[in-house]
Design a protein around this ligand. Structure first.
Ligand code: ADP
Ligand code: MG
Length: 578
């Protein structure tokens, strides 16, 4: 083939590929445009996870009727004029690529009005061609509808994941922007259902409540960078936001969200800096939640590294890391509960401090000497899981907890978490020994899943089988279940499959060696005794005996504690005996 210049539409589609990877990338670009336009409310509507429609409406400055068409041209921007401007970007957009890219791979309708008594304009573009242009009334602001994304790029369409996954990307993205811009009101309508709304109150905590729920948001610790000990570069930087206390953690790093000058960034180094601040405070393999804003002079950070603008380069990289680490660490230390619960000054209140202290007592090896100290110095080395001492069952509390006595005091054991741990280790031990005990169902059980879920499940039949779930496709969205692991013989099969799918959809595609563990964890969560179930004394004793046999009795497979120790020392103190 002779060398030739690619036709415009081909070049446009190729270029679009760098910016628009999936529905969430469209949402990102349109939200950024709305923010740059000074909007205070941004409403996002999606249909079929954004494949059929993504519509973003804002009340920003709008585009003058005469410029709407230009906005869709490649390299058309109102945010940058000279190369020098690149050094000091204060807007989220500047490359002038998004609208052109989106239009190249979808059917776009933009309606916009600048207010000021103007009528407004409407433009319809299909695959870079303007097909309609007309005056149209619209309140001040813009509404952009993007239909049938990738209709003309079948290769891209093929690589989209399930609706569940694509929707998850969009949900996460909107939550992120809502956290980065708490004074803006974001809302998301998912197939005609309002699924998210941030209040726009200007308080990050209000957004955290919407994103994480009241319990977690209420436990988060506020970060505000101080200047003590900071270098010249660090002083120019501000770090603020919220991080989780050490007893709230997750299995992935996905909940560490970082913004640099209002731009969400993915930066391993920064994420690591946050994690380092928790060194030894979290169980192995667990990660904190964090929502941190960094602000610095724009010339200190190069945002023009990647078309999607989520990677950045820092001029003083180490200073940035130090500032983040220092800010997070100082809040963790500042919140350190004081050993005597009665005198606690922790901002989390006496109850919170007591619970944390009690949870930490768990790490204290029998015979004294805490393996995990809260002090100004962080210790090296991770917390080793230790075996349980022999426990004497006493009874059940509120159909949720088991009460037991051990040499160090009283244990409150979460019956669900404990049972999860027991089943999880049994199942994985059988799997490791290639000796899975299965329970064949009396009759094969047809299970109806949501559209798309059956296909998604098709990807995991092998690992499911290796754990004792014999599942096969049964046409449409139905699967046939022939057997389940004997350990989990009493589970709700349908709910388990749905939970397993949800678990596997979290984060990046799981690595092969994680798949079994994640399936097992999700299935055991479903199969374990629930809170609210009455247990007989024999069942309680049996559960404790089995828990004593596990290698990590102190946490459930999801990393939550299975038990809290109310130590003798604490009780004596509380009763004024010492
Ligand atoms: P960039 O954001 O990098 O400038 P885009 O292709 O995203 O490039 O947008 C091109 C231009 O269209 C912007 O510079 C802006 O002037 C205008 N524009 C896009 N979306 C909006 C909006 N929602 N409100 C007002 N103006 C907009
Ligand atoms: Mg833009």
């Amino acid at each position: 083939m002779p060398i030739h210049i690619l036709p415009d539409d081909v070049a446009a589609k190729i270029a679009a590929g760098e910016v628009i990877e999936r529905p969430a990338s469209v949402v990102k670009e349109l939200i950024e445009n709305a923010i740059d336009a000074g909007a205070t409310t941004i409403h996002v509507e999606i249909k079929q996870a954004g494949r059929r429609l993504i519509r973003v409406s804002d009340n920003g400055c709008g585009i003058p009727a005469g410029e709407v068409e230009t906005a869709f041209a490649r390299h058309a921007t109102s945010k940058l004029q000279t190369v020098q401007d690149l050094e000091c970007i204060r807007t989220l957009g500047f490359r002038g690529e998004a609208l052109a890219s989106i239009a190249a791979v979808s059917q776009v309708t933009m309606t916009t009005c600048t207010g000021d008594g103007q009528v407004g304009a409407r433009l319809r573009i299909e695959g870079t061609r303007v097909v309609r242009r007309e005056p149209r009334a619209h309140p001040r602001g813009s509404t952009i509808g993007v239909e049938n994304l990738f209709y003309n790029v079948p290769a891209r369409l093929k690589f989209l994941k399930t609706d569940v996954t694509e929707r998850k990307h969009i949900n996460t993205l909107i939550a992120r922007y809502a956290m980065a811009y708490p004074h803006l009101q974001f809302s998301l309508e998912n197939d005609d259902r309002l699924t998210f709304r941030s209040p726009g109150s200007g308080e990050l905590l209000d957004v955290l409540i919407e994103v994480y729920g009241l319990d977690i948001a209420g436990a988060m610790l506020a970060v505000e960078s101080g200047e003590r000990g900071a270098s010249q570069e660090e002083r120019q930087m501000q770090v603020w936001g919220y991080v989780s206390p050490p007893d709230v953690h997750r299995g992935t790093r996905e909940q560490i969200t970082l913004f640099v000058n209002g731009r969400w960034v993915q930066d391993r180094g920064l994420t690591f800096a946050v994690e380092q601040a928790y060194h030894t405070l979290l169980p192995v393999g667990r990660h904190p939640l964090a929502v941190l804003q960094l602000s610095m002079p724009p010339q200190e950070v190069d945002v023009n590294v990647h078309p999607a603008k989520s990677e950045v380069h820092f001029q003083h990289r180490n200073a940035v890391f130090r500032a983040v680490q220092r800010a997070v660490r100082s809040v963790l230390l500042g919140q350190a509960p004081i050993p005597s619960v009665g005198g606690a000054t922790s901002g989390r209140g006496v109850a919170g401090a007591a619970a944390t202290q009690a949870a930490m007592d768990l790490h204290a090896p029998a015979g004294g000497g805490s393996a995990l100290r809260w002090s100004g110095e962080f210790e090296t080395g991770d917390v080793e899981p230790t075996k349980l001492p022999p426990l004497r069952a006493i009874g059940q509390l509120g159909q949720i907890y088991i009460i037991a006595e051990g040499p160090e005091g009283m244990y409150l054991i979460d019956q669900h978490a404990a049972h999860e741990r027991v089943m999880y280790e049994k199942l994985l031990a059988q799997h490791a020994a290639s000796d899975i005990q299965v329970q064949t169902l009396l009759a094969p059980l047809p299970v109806e899943l949501a559209p798309g879920q059956a296909a998604e499940l098709g990807n995991w039949l092998e690992p499911l089988r290796a754990l004792g779930f014999e599942v096969e496709p049964f046409g449409g969205s139905t699967v046939l279940v022939r057997a389940v692991p004997a350990v989990l013989s009493r589970i709700d099969v349908r709910q388990t499959l749905v939970d397993v799918l949800d678990e596997l959809a979290v984060g990046d595609e799981p690595l092969a060696d994680q798949v079994h563990r994640r399936i097992a964890a999700a299935a055991c969560k479903q199969g374990a005794v629930k809170a609210g179930q009455t247990l007989s004394m024999d069942e309680i004793k049996g559960l404790i005996a089995q828990l004593e046999q596990t290698t990590s009795p102190r946490t459930c497979p999801h990393g939550r504690p299975t038990m809290i120790l109310l130590s003798r020392g604490w009780m004596e103190h509380e009763f004024g005996r010492r």
